[in-house]
Each structure stands twice: as structure tokens, then as C-alpha cells.
Design a binder for this molecule. Structure first.
Ligand SMILES: C[S@@+](CC[C@H](N)C(=O)[O-])C[C@H]1O[C@@H](n2cnc3c(N)ncnc32)[C@H](O)[C@@H]1O
Length: 240
């Protein structure tokens, strides 16, 4: 991990950085639809059952939208610490008006806002937990378990770090075959691109300890439900 100061909050609360992120968001959402749809499919609700899902680090709401599209009677609480992301999110979520609300929540703080109910039916997160320190990942999983109804599921879609250099090489080989410009980009980052990359990878850790954090928190039915190279969906449920 880098010893440069942690600029994650500064990064996500910068109108400029967020505008840059949003530029590619629609294309990424199309490209990475499958794992988010799978998170919805894994939730044990009937097609017309009303329930509330909490999306942590929701950003502009890509994961929440996957669940709301799949379950027409569901409602979502979207939690994020970036007013800039939430503002863009209100546009991206327009088709779901009346079925969602945003709440400001800094996941690094552990201070859950009152606007999040004491018990929610399901919790999801997508591309956010890797921005937290290992201590906060571990604590957050325990806090999520405490907020879930008995039998409630938590699912996390996130990138993980390779467990050894051979695996890292293999992941990189595939990524560069799929996008031949990557090799050049990787070695020719502008300072801004480097800062963005450093913020992305700062707290990314391998998959195995995260699965252990879930089990230690008390989750059952823990599994890696989907995986492609560094991107995974893992999760489990609170015992009934
Ligand atoms: C890569 S974006 C992903 C957004 C969305 N979940 C998705 O899948 O498109 C990361 C999101 O995590 C949020 N985030 C990062 N650190 C956070 C923290 N400490 N507390 C709350 N949100 C955080 C950012 O504001 C941003 O919206």
C-alpha cells in the first residue's frame, strides 16, 4: 500500500473527478451488467414482493437499478458520502422516482445515519468496499450483519488483488488482449491518471481475507457467487 496521504474523500467529492467518472459510467454499466443482475437474482424475494435494499457506496445507483428493475415492488436506499455522485445519481435514477432515496453516509466512519432503518431486507455494494481499509472492511461486514433482518443477504461486487504474481500476470495478459492500448496506457499515465489509479488500488486486497471477514462477522451461505479475473461477487446471509 502507498504511504501517500489517503485522498479518497477528496477524490469522490471533486466535481471534476466525478464528472470524469460519470463520462464512462453508462458504457461501464452496459459492460458490467451481468454481475449486478446476478446480485439481484441471488436475492430470495418473489417477483412482486415489496422489500427494501440498501446500496452502500451507491454512487449513481448502477447496482440499485439492477435490483429495482428485477423487482418492481422493491425500494432502495442509496448511501454514499459524495454529494457530487448523488447529484448525478438523481438524474440516472429518474426512471425510479418514488422508489429510492439517497442518504449521506461515510462508510469509513462507522457512524450509521438515522435515515438508514435499524433492519433492512438486503444489502448490496458495488465497486466501493475496495476504497476502505482492511479494518473498516471487517467492521463494516459486522455492521451490515447487525442491520440485516434474520435471513437477509449481503452481496458485494468488487475488484480484488491477485494472490500471487503469476495470477497477476495472467489477469494482465487477458486485459491487454481485450484492450491492446492498455499496455501503453499503463506505462504512460499522466499525473492525473496515476492519481486516479492510485486511489483505485490503494486498499484492494485479495479475495480470501474478505471471505474470512464475512465468516468472522457471522455470515452463513458465504460463497464467491461470480468471478471473472479480478472482479468478483461474494456474499452471504445473516443466519435466520
Ligand atoms: C467506483 S464508484 C461505484 C459507484 C456505484 N456503486 C457503481 O457500482 O457504479 C465508488 C463509489 O464509492 C463511494 N465511496 C468511496 N468511499 C466511500 C466512503 N468512505 N463512504 C461512502 N461512499 C464512498 C464514492 O463516492 C463512489 O460513489
Amino acid at each position: 500500500m502507498s504511504d501517500a496521504p489517503d485522498t479518497n474523500a477528496e477524490f469522490w467529492k471533486s466535481a471534476e473527478q466525478v464528472a470524469h467518472w460519470v463520462t464512462g459510467a453508462q458504457e461501464r454499466e452496459r459492460q458490467y451488467a451481468r454481475p449486478r443482475i446476478l446480485m439481484a437474482e441471488l436475492l430470495p424475494f418473489g417477483p412482486d414482493e415489496p422489500f427494501t435494499v440498501l446500496d452502500l457506496g451507491a454512487g449513481t445507483g448502477a447496482a440499485a437499478r439492477a435490483v429495482l428493475s428485477h423487482f418492481p415492488a422493491a425500494r432502495a436506499i442509496l448511501a454514499d458520502f459524495s454529494p457530487q455522485m448523488m447529484e448525478h445519481g438523481n438524474q440516472a435514477m429518474a426512471a425510479y422516482a418514488g422508489r429510492y432515496s439517497y442518504v449521506e453516509f461515510d462508510l469509513a466512519s462507522g457512524q450509521w445515519p438515522d435515515a438508514i432503518p435499524a433492519a433492512v431486507d438486503a444489502v448490496i455494494s458495488s465497486m466501493c468496499v475496495h476504497h476502505l481499509t482492511d479494518d473498516r472492511k471487517r467492521q463494516l461486514f459486522a455492521e451490515i450483519l447487525g442491520r440485516l433482518i434474520p435471513g437477509g443477504w449481503y452481496l458485494n461486487y468488487d475488484p480484488v488483488a491477485a494472490p500471487d504474481p503469476g495470477v497477476d500476470d495472467a489477469w494482465l495478459r487477458v486485459a491487454e488482449r481485450r484492450d491492446p492500448e492498455l499496455a501503453h496506457q499503463r506505462t504512460h499515465r499522466t499525473p492525473e491518471q496515476q492519481a486516479r489509479y492510485d486511489n483505485h488500488v490503494r486498499y484492494i486486497i485479495p479475495l480470501a481475507p474478505q471471505i474470512e471477514f464475512l465468516r468472522a462477522a457471522g455470515f452463513e451461505a458465504v460463497d464467491v457467487y461470480w468471478k471473472e479475473l479480478e472482479d468478483v461477487v461474494y456474499g452471504g446471509r445473516r443466519p435466520a
